[in-house]
Design a protein around this ligand. Sequence first.
Ligand code: G3P
Ligand code: MG
Length: 388
Amino acid sequence: PVRHRKSVVNHERVASYAFAFDIDGVLVKGPETIPQGPEALRMLNGHNKYNIKVPYIFITNGGGRSEKARCRDLSKRLGITVTEDQVIQGHTPMKDLVDVYENVLVVGGVLDSCRKVAEGYGFKNVYIPLDVMKWKPSVTPYYVLNEEERNIAKDVDFSKINIQAILVFADSRNWAADQQIILELLMSEKGVMGTISPTYDQGPGLYFAHSDFVWATDYGLCRYGMGALQVSIAALYEEHTGKELQVTRFGKPQRGTFRFAEKVLSNWRRETLSEHVENLKLEDPDEGENKETPFGDSDSEEDEADWGNDSGERPGDLVLELPPASTVYFVGDTPESDIRFANSHDSTWYSILVKTGVYKDGVTPRYTPKKTCENVLEAVNFAIEREH
Ligand code: G3P
Ligand code: MG
């Protein structure tokens, strides 16, 4: 018998292709939500003329809050449910450093927001510049902590602590003070405040969550980002020591982040397919009678998950062994990070540049996208039509 399962699932198939979205400049701009964003994602959730659900993840260089908090915010703004398994922030891959460093200085974000994120990742001893300023206010002679900052800062004797790594998690809210402290540590002996290494080669490692020089906010012109801070620190370091600054970079377009993203996307596609199969089971009046595969004796083509697989395997089999996405459409607004990122793997990734963020019409992008669209909705429409 033909089964009717549409009351539970509003989509009939799951696509073999997928999407990855940049956030700032594509879906949001500071406090504003880009108006076409909610509709674009609704379409991918199955509300499109092909009744197909398309898996998608988010890859932002932004950060400064936990992945959970980011999901809550995105869900609210976009009117969809975004889960932690779908989101990669600039600092997300830094989780892998938890077992490498015991004492870290985490820089950026509002007050101690990034300390909390780092502790959530499992870092043991997380210090922030405010702790250093509380320890010795003369470290930053022109900045006096206010009461809130003093309350948040920990009491630490930094002459007895060796900072092994400086992790710039989010945009600095206090460039002058943060740079002063970062540079002192970079030139110190083994990351101890108040010391100077004669050879300038014993300081802690420096890690940046991303290197975006500028980013798009609700102000008309772009604002300097973490990449600009990096340029500034490198210039000061070189001026002072005559040496080139060594930095480890995360975020787009770094290769490490790409590998991380592929893993996240693959897990999310598997998750989407399992959920689809579960929904079909729920809708199946004969479930339990025929346990062979959730698609059992279905003779309806529309029940099949569209994984572009010609091997004759059933979707139930594919839950364990999923073929890679046929195409990953990556929608971004910054040629230097987003388009470069997607183009670095252009056998499967397809770069789409939108005009709602950093990139502006009339400029030749430094990295050429496969397609340019006005906004994210146009990008999603274009890709879906291209696939069908
Ligand atoms: O600070 C965040 C900004 O540099 C970029 O965020 O979402 O455009 O990668 P996004
Ligand atoms: Mg962006």
